[in-house]
Design a protein around this ligand. Structure first.
Ligand code: CO8
Length: 260
Protein backbone atom coordinates (compact mmCIF):
# COMPACT_ATOMS: atom_id res chain seq x y z
CA UNK A 1 0.00 0.00 0.00
CA UNK A 2 1.37 3.42 -0.98
CA UNK A 3 0.76 6.53 1.11
CA UNK A 4 1.62 10.21 0.72
CA UNK A 5 2.39 10.94 4.36
CA UNK A 6 3.22 7.59 5.84
CA UNK A 7 5.71 4.81 5.24
CA UNK A 8 4.89 1.23 6.12
CA UNK A 9 7.83 -1.13 6.31
CA UNK A 10 7.01 -4.76 6.79
CA UNK A 11 9.86 -6.81 8.12
CA UNK A 12 8.05 -9.98 9.08
CA UNK A 13 6.68 -10.37 11.71
CA UNK A 14 6.91 -6.65 12.51
CA UNK A 15 5.48 -3.63 10.73
CA UNK A 16 6.88 -0.15 11.28
CA UNK A 17 4.60 2.78 10.48
CA UNK A 18 6.39 6.12 10.21
CA UNK A 19 4.47 9.35 9.89
CA UNK A 20 6.47 11.19 7.30
CA UNK A 21 5.84 14.95 7.31
CA UNK A 22 9.06 16.11 8.99
CA UNK A 23 8.80 19.69 7.71
CA UNK A 24 5.74 20.19 9.91
CA UNK A 25 6.98 17.93 12.70
CA UNK A 26 4.76 15.11 11.43
CA UNK A 27 1.57 17.05 12.15
CA UNK A 28 -1.54 15.07 11.26
CA UNK A 29 -3.53 16.57 8.43
CA UNK A 30 -6.79 14.87 7.55
CA UNK A 31 -5.17 12.92 4.73
CA UNK A 32 -2.60 11.46 7.15
CA UNK A 33 -5.32 10.49 9.62
CA UNK A 34 -7.09 8.65 6.78
CA UNK A 35 -3.85 6.96 5.76
CA UNK A 36 -3.17 5.83 9.32
CA UNK A 37 -6.67 4.35 9.49
CA UNK A 38 -6.16 2.49 6.20
CA UNK A 39 -2.70 1.25 7.21
CA UNK A 40 -3.78 0.00 10.63
CA UNK A 41 -6.84 -1.72 9.11
CA UNK A 42 -4.68 -3.41 6.50
CA UNK A 43 -2.08 -4.52 9.08
CA UNK A 44 -4.79 -5.81 11.44
CA UNK A 45 -5.61 -8.41 8.78
CA UNK A 46 -2.07 -9.01 7.49
CA UNK A 47 -1.27 -12.62 8.25
CA UNK A 48 2.51 -12.06 8.32
CA UNK A 49 2.45 -9.16 10.80
CA UNK A 50 2.15 -9.88 14.52
CA UNK A 51 3.41 -6.66 16.15
CA UNK A 52 3.49 -3.02 15.05
CA UNK A 53 5.63 0.03 15.83
CA UNK A 54 4.40 3.59 15.26
CA UNK A 55 6.97 6.37 15.06
CA UNK A 56 7.67 9.72 13.41
CA UNK A 57 10.27 10.62 10.81
CA UNK A 58 13.23 12.81 11.68
CA UNK A 59 14.80 13.38 15.06
CA UNK A 60 12.61 16.16 16.34
CA UNK A 61 9.07 14.89 16.47
CA UNK A 62 6.90 11.85 16.89
CA UNK A 63 3.75 13.79 15.95
CA UNK A 64 3.30 17.48 16.89
CA UNK A 65 -0.49 17.19 16.89
CA UNK A 66 -3.17 17.87 14.35
CA UNK A 67 -2.11 20.07 11.44
CA UNK A 68 -3.15 23.48 12.72
CA UNK A 69 -3.19 24.96 9.20
CA UNK A 70 -6.33 22.90 8.54
CA UNK A 71 -8.23 24.53 11.42
CA UNK A 72 -8.67 27.91 9.74
CA UNK A 73 -12.06 28.65 8.25
CA UNK A 74 -13.68 25.54 9.71
CA UNK A 75 -17.00 25.52 11.52
CA UNK A 76 -18.19 23.43 14.45
CA UNK A 77 -20.15 21.04 12.17
CA UNK A 78 -17.01 20.58 10.01
CA UNK A 79 -15.07 19.40 13.02
CA UNK A 80 -17.41 16.64 14.16
CA UNK A 81 -16.48 14.27 11.31
CA UNK A 82 -12.85 15.38 11.71
CA UNK A 83 -12.78 14.31 15.36
CA UNK A 84 -14.70 11.13 14.58
CA UNK A 85 -12.12 10.18 11.98
CA UNK A 86 -9.41 10.45 14.64
CA UNK A 87 -11.46 8.41 17.10
CA UNK A 88 -12.05 5.74 14.46
CA UNK A 89 -8.29 5.34 13.92
CA UNK A 90 -7.71 4.95 17.65
CA UNK A 91 -10.48 2.35 17.89
CA UNK A 92 -8.98 0.36 14.98
CA UNK A 93 -5.68 0.39 16.87
CA UNK A 94 -7.23 -0.67 20.15
CA UNK A 95 -9.48 -3.34 18.71
CA UNK A 96 -6.94 -5.13 16.50
CA UNK A 97 -5.61 -8.32 18.06
CA UNK A 98 -1.95 -7.30 17.71
CA UNK A 99 0.24 -5.21 20.01
CA UNK A 100 1.20 -1.70 18.88
CA UNK A 101 4.26 0.02 20.33
CA UNK A 102 4.66 3.78 20.11
CA UNK A 103 8.33 4.69 19.64
CA UNK A 104 8.10 8.34 20.65
CA UNK A 105 11.17 10.02 19.21
CA UNK A 106 10.42 13.67 19.95
CA UNK A 107 7.37 15.91 20.34
CA UNK A 108 4.17 13.99 21.06
CA UNK A 109 1.74 16.85 21.43
CA UNK A 110 -2.03 17.09 21.07
CA UNK A 111 -3.14 14.45 18.57
CA UNK A 112 0.41 13.02 18.76
CA UNK A 113 0.10 12.32 22.47
CA UNK A 114 -3.42 11.03 21.84
CA UNK A 115 -2.41 8.53 19.14
CA UNK A 116 0.49 7.38 21.35
CA UNK A 117 -2.07 6.71 24.08
CA UNK A 118 -4.06 4.50 21.70
CA UNK A 119 -0.96 2.31 21.35
CA UNK A 120 -0.54 -0.60 23.76
CA UNK A 121 2.94 0.31 25.00
CA UNK A 122 4.81 3.63 24.83
CA UNK A 123 8.60 3.76 24.64
CA UNK A 124 10.24 7.17 24.37
CA UNK A 125 13.59 8.76 23.75
CA UNK A 126 14.99 10.83 26.59
CA UNK A 127 14.46 13.90 24.39
CA UNK A 128 10.72 13.30 23.84
CA UNK A 129 8.18 15.86 25.03
CA UNK A 130 4.56 15.16 25.78
CA UNK A 131 1.54 17.37 26.25
CA UNK A 132 -2.00 18.34 25.38
CA UNK A 133 -1.44 21.99 24.35
CA UNK A 134 -4.83 22.43 22.68
CA UNK A 135 -6.04 24.90 25.30
CA UNK A 136 -3.34 27.32 24.16
CA UNK A 137 -5.12 27.39 20.78
CA UNK A 138 -8.54 27.94 22.32
CA UNK A 139 -9.66 24.34 21.95
CA UNK A 140 -9.52 21.03 23.77
CA UNK A 141 -8.13 17.60 22.88
CA UNK A 142 -10.25 15.96 20.18
CA UNK A 143 -8.72 12.55 19.60
CA UNK A 144 -9.38 11.00 22.99
CA UNK A 145 -7.06 13.09 25.19
CA UNK A 146 -9.75 14.13 27.65
CA UNK A 147 -10.58 10.45 28.16
CA UNK A 148 -7.50 8.26 27.69
CA UNK A 149 -5.09 10.53 29.58
CA UNK A 150 -7.12 10.28 32.79
CA UNK A 151 -7.38 6.52 32.36
CA UNK A 152 -3.60 6.26 32.10
CA UNK A 153 -2.35 8.80 34.63
CA UNK A 154 -5.38 9.53 36.84
CA UNK A 155 -7.86 12.38 36.72
CA UNK A 156 -5.84 14.84 38.81
CA UNK A 157 -2.74 14.88 36.62
CA UNK A 158 -4.82 14.65 33.43
CA UNK A 159 -6.71 17.79 34.44
CA UNK A 160 -3.44 19.59 35.16
CA UNK A 161 -2.04 18.73 31.72
CA UNK A 162 -5.23 19.44 29.76
CA UNK A 163 -6.01 22.69 31.61
CA UNK A 164 -2.46 24.09 31.49
CA UNK A 165 -1.35 22.89 28.04
CA UNK A 166 2.03 22.35 29.69
CA UNK A 167 4.65 20.16 28.01
CA UNK A 168 6.39 17.53 30.09
CA UNK A 169 9.68 15.68 29.62
CA UNK A 170 9.99 11.96 28.91
CA UNK A 171 11.24 11.45 32.48
CA UNK A 172 8.14 13.15 33.92
CA UNK A 173 5.90 11.18 31.51
CA UNK A 174 7.53 8.02 32.85
CA UNK A 175 7.03 9.07 36.46
CA UNK A 176 3.30 9.67 35.98
CA UNK A 177 2.78 6.40 34.09
CA UNK A 178 2.09 7.95 30.70
CA UNK A 179 4.92 5.95 29.13
CA UNK A 180 6.45 2.57 29.87
CA UNK A 181 10.17 3.12 29.32
CA UNK A 182 12.70 5.83 28.40
CA UNK A 183 15.82 5.19 26.33
CA UNK A 184 18.69 7.28 24.96
CA UNK A 185 17.52 8.60 21.58
CA UNK A 186 19.96 6.48 19.56
CA UNK A 187 18.69 3.28 21.21
CA UNK A 188 14.96 3.89 20.92
CA UNK A 189 14.23 2.10 17.64
CA UNK A 190 16.47 -0.80 18.47
CA UNK A 191 14.65 -1.24 21.79
CA UNK A 192 11.25 -0.88 20.11
CA UNK A 193 12.18 -3.56 17.57
CA UNK A 194 13.48 -5.83 20.31
CA UNK A 195 10.22 -5.53 22.23
CA UNK A 196 8.12 -5.91 19.07
CA UNK A 197 10.07 -9.06 18.20
CA UNK A 198 9.45 -10.47 21.65
CA UNK A 199 5.72 -9.75 21.51
CA UNK A 200 5.50 -11.11 17.96
CA UNK A 201 6.97 -14.40 19.15
CA UNK A 202 4.13 -14.90 21.62
CA UNK A 203 1.28 -17.18 20.61
CA UNK A 204 -0.84 -14.90 18.47
CA UNK A 205 -4.25 -16.18 19.53
CA UNK A 206 -3.44 -15.73 23.23
CA UNK A 207 -2.06 -12.25 22.42
CA UNK A 208 -5.35 -11.36 20.75
CA UNK A 209 -7.34 -12.57 23.75
CA UNK A 210 -5.02 -10.70 26.14
CA UNK A 211 -5.47 -7.44 24.23
CA UNK A 212 -9.21 -7.88 23.90
CA UNK A 213 -9.70 -8.66 27.60
CA UNK A 214 -7.51 -5.81 28.86
CA UNK A 215 -8.72 -3.15 26.40
CA UNK A 216 -12.43 -3.95 26.44
CA UNK A 217 -12.54 -4.99 30.10
CA UNK A 218 -10.92 -1.81 31.39
CA UNK A 219 -13.95 0.46 31.11
CA UNK A 220 -16.39 -2.11 32.47
CA UNK A 221 -17.47 -2.82 36.01
CA UNK A 222 -15.24 -5.42 37.64
CA UNK A 223 -17.98 -8.04 37.24
CA UNK A 224 -18.38 -7.35 33.52
CA UNK A 225 -14.62 -7.24 33.04
CA UNK A 226 -14.24 -10.58 34.78
CA UNK A 227 -17.02 -12.01 32.61
CA UNK A 228 -15.14 -10.88 29.50
CA UNK A 229 -11.91 -12.31 30.90
CA UNK A 230 -13.65 -15.67 31.49
CA UNK A 231 -14.80 -15.78 27.86
CA UNK A 232 -11.37 -14.83 26.51
CA UNK A 233 -9.62 -17.24 28.89
CA UNK A 234 -11.87 -20.13 27.85
CA UNK A 235 -11.52 -19.18 24.19
CA UNK A 236 -7.78 -20.00 24.43
CA UNK A 237 -8.84 -23.66 24.52
CA UNK A 238 -10.26 -23.32 21.02
CA UNK A 239 -6.76 -22.84 19.56
CA UNK A 240 -3.97 -25.42 19.17
CA UNK A 241 -1.43 -23.03 20.71
CA UNK A 242 -2.72 -23.81 24.17
CA UNK A 243 -2.26 -27.55 23.76
CA UNK A 244 1.23 -26.92 22.39
CA UNK A 245 2.18 -24.48 25.19
CA UNK A 246 1.04 -26.84 27.92
CA UNK A 247 2.66 -29.88 26.26
CA UNK A 248 5.94 -27.97 25.81
CA UNK A 249 5.96 -27.00 29.48
CA UNK A 250 5.28 -30.55 30.64
CA UNK A 251 7.82 -32.02 28.22
CA UNK A 252 10.42 -29.38 29.24
CA UNK A 253 10.95 -28.09 25.70
CA UNK A 254 10.44 -24.80 23.84
CA UNK A 255 6.92 -24.36 22.49
CA UNK A 256 6.43 -24.26 18.74
CA UNK A 257 3.39 -22.04 18.37
CA UNK A 258 1.15 -22.01 15.35
CA UNK A 259 1.33 -18.22 15.05
CA UNK A 260 -1.06 -17.71 12.16
N1 CO8 B 1 0.49 21.86 12.71
C1 CO8 B 1 1.02 22.45 11.62
N2 CO8 B 1 2.32 22.82 11.53
C2 CO8 B 1 3.11 22.56 12.59
C3 CO8 B 1 2.61 21.95 13.76
C4 CO8 B 1 1.24 21.59 13.79
N3 CO8 B 1 0.70 20.95 14.85
N4 CO8 B 1 3.64 21.83 14.65
C5 CO8 B 1 4.71 22.36 14.04
N5 CO8 B 1 4.41 22.80 12.80
C6 CO8 B 1 5.30 23.42 11.82
C7 CO8 B 1 5.66 24.85 12.20
O1 CO8 B 1 4.63 25.73 11.79
C8 CO8 B 1 6.96 25.04 11.48
O2 CO8 B 1 6.66 25.29 10.13
P1 CO8 B 1 7.54 26.42 9.30
O3 CO8 B 1 8.93 25.84 9.28
O4 CO8 B 1 6.88 26.46 7.97
O5 CO8 B 1 7.46 27.66 10.11
C9 CO8 B 1 7.61 23.67 11.55
O6 CO8 B 1 6.55 22.75 11.84
C10 CO8 B 1 8.63 23.58 12.67
O7 CO8 B 1 8.02 23.97 13.86
P2 CO8 B 1 8.58 25.14 14.79
O8 CO8 B 1 9.40 26.10 14.01
O9 CO8 B 1 7.44 25.70 15.59
O10 CO8 B 1 9.57 24.30 15.74
P3 CO8 B 1 9.96 24.62 17.23
O11 CO8 B 1 11.08 23.70 17.57
O12 CO8 B 1 10.20 26.07 17.42
O13 CO8 B 1 8.68 24.23 18.11
C11 CO8 B 1 6.81 22.86 18.76
C12 CO8 B 1 8.23 22.92 18.15
C13 CO8 B 1 6.89 23.23 20.26
C14 CO8 B 1 6.33 21.44 18.63
C15 CO8 B 1 5.89 23.86 18.03
O14 CO8 B 1 6.00 23.64 16.63
C16 CO8 B 1 4.45 23.74 18.41
O15 CO8 B 1 4.06 24.23 19.46
N6 CO8 B 1 3.65 23.11 17.55
C17 CO8 B 1 2.21 23.01 17.73
C18 CO8 B 1 1.89 21.94 18.76
C19 CO8 B 1 0.40 21.91 19.04
O16 CO8 B 1 -0.20 22.87 19.45
N7 CO8 B 1 -0.19 20.73 18.83
C20 CO8 B 1 -1.60 20.52 19.06
C21 CO8 B 1 -2.38 20.76 17.82
S1 CO8 B 1 -4.12 20.65 18.09
C22 CO8 B 1 -4.40 18.98 18.15
O17 CO8 B 1 -3.52 18.17 18.05
C23 CO8 B 1 -5.82 18.57 18.33
C24 CO8 B 1 -6.01 17.09 18.05
C25 CO8 B 1 -7.30 16.86 17.38
C26 CO8 B 1 -7.29 15.49 16.75
C27 CO8 B 1 -8.22 15.34 15.62
C28 CO8 B 1 -7.94 14.03 14.93
C29 CO8 B 1 -8.22 13.93 13.50
Amino acid sequence: MEFNNLTVEISRPIAILTVNRPKVLNALNLETVGELGAAFSMLADHDQVRALILTGSGEKAFIAGADITEFRGKTAPDMIPFARKGHDVARVMESMGKPIIAAVNGYALGGGCEIAMACDIRLASDTARFGQPEILLGLIPGMGGTQRLARLVGLGIARELVYSGEQISAQRAYEIGLINRVFPADQLMEEAKKLAGKLASMPSHAMKMAKLATNYGYDQSLDNGLMLETQCFAHCWSHPDLEEGVAAFLEKRKADFHND
